[in-house]
Design a protein around this ligand. Sequence first.
Ligand code: SER
Length: 592
Amino acid sequence: MSMTTKELKRKYLEFFKSKKHAIIHSAPLIPEHDPTVLFTTAGMHPLVPFLMGQPHPLGKRLADVQKCIRTHDIDEVGDETHTTFFEMLGNWSLGDYFKKEAISWSFEFLTSKKWLGLDLNRLAFTCFAGDKDAPKDEEAASIWLSLGVPKERIAFLPKKDNWWGPAGETGPCGPDTEMFYWKPNDVPAPKKFEQSDKRWVEIWNNVFIQYNKNKEGKYELLKQKNVDTGLGVERVAMALQGKTNIFEIEVFAPIIEKIGEISGVKQNNENSRSFRIIADHMKAATFILGDERGVVPSNVDQGYILRRYIRRSLRHLRLLGMDLTNANSTIEISKVVIVIYDDYPLLAEKKDFIFEELRKEEDKFLKTLDKGLKEFKKIIEKGKIISAKDAFLLYQSYGFPIEMIEELAGEVEGKVDVAGFNKEYSCHQELSRKGAEQKFKGGLSEASEATTKLHTATHILGEALRKVLGDNDIKQKGSNITSERLRYDFNFDRKLTSEEVKAVEKEVNKVIMQKLDVKREEMSLSEALDSGAQSEFGTKYPSKVSVYSIGEYSKEICMGPHVKNTSELGKFKILKEESSAAGVRRIKAILE
Ligand code: SER
């Protein structure tokens, strides 16, 4: 076969290694310290603190393969190029090289016979057209020209197309230059690039992050100029494998085949949308359940998206005419996903958990799916607008996610009173349903200020627990920080008394009041462990690490970021102490 995705990933990392980049691990799909998104949506996401100026222990040039989920593309899934789960290849310069190197390397990797050898005749490039915030990117365009790209194949587009970074919020951002591939094999690429021609598929993006958008909406220059690139593995593989449909490449074809096999239906023009939706969603569901920070189906946050993926897949299998009774169809599909992605060994390690959760969710939904579909038919026959009350009935009694009700209605040109549904919903629930990917209203840099403080507080908390409970074996078993609160899991086999909780709180506040400096050092992993620095249970660390010390009080291996002095933290308050799993306690706390 022409080049597989595995080969592509290997070549990319080898190429950037030859350009002196350190290779870093894919971060989990579920971010630990970032409340702005439910899932990691790009390789740059886990790197935001380093793009803002914090030094990275592995240096100024990084590259990786990152698993990503972008749910805002969910309605596009079903065509030939969109998926919500994908792998992204990325290379970064943290205040090191800039446009010239980034663009020349992208060009070399894509076109050189030694690397991908894509035909320059099928490539086009776009650059930022300029506006009141930043100038036209003549520099990027002239670099493409100097490499032999014809002028007609370079287009200048406005901010909405050629700018990457926070929309209407705060955070690092800058102009980008995007690379497009001419998809058809039977029609030669036109001389001139036209943005409206969707046969040009975006395959790679180089972002030149040099601004921070502040609270006043001004673009201020960052301390350092960075490069952030993202190459879509599946789309480039499509080009390399001579396909015009992403679902035909080797990381999708066996899944599509399996869906055909278990449903007993052949893929055709009418039903291919369902095949593609099921394939994408079951891949995403398998990766969410099999993530380092795996979650289970629920009605909030990532758990809700996971539930939607599984239930929508079941609905589309039903639409294909499949008899779902006792079929365990989602497990059958997930098995294929795990085999394809053997370069993510955690999936195979967690397969019992993945299958068990799929089985439970499938059982739950299948009890009501057919009855719910009948009810839906009755409702839609009454009129094309589904009332809030009817939508809520479908949600509550039959477990139909609101997005599924909208999809069902859309298929018969009906509509749903979603605003009314949301009102009805919030009257019935304490927790809010967060269907949207964007979770936090403030921007990245505001959120990162709040989470940085809470992050430093978790280090003090860990040490305070060891001191107050007199148990040096207490270790962090997981942590999750939003801009509002911290959540800290640790091994301990009983409930804390209320006196102990108070004492821990007091101890943390005492350390905060001591105004201790927070210091960062770089060392080898063995030096760090020998020095007595704390490490998180079960985490794989690189050979070179950062160690953060808070005065003489605490010392931990950690990527950061942290505040400079504990006096920045404010008052620490424990909201809750509860059990999280057998032998694991959980503390939720805030800074006031
Ligand atoms: N952040 C940019 C993107 O996601 C490049 O990685 O397209």
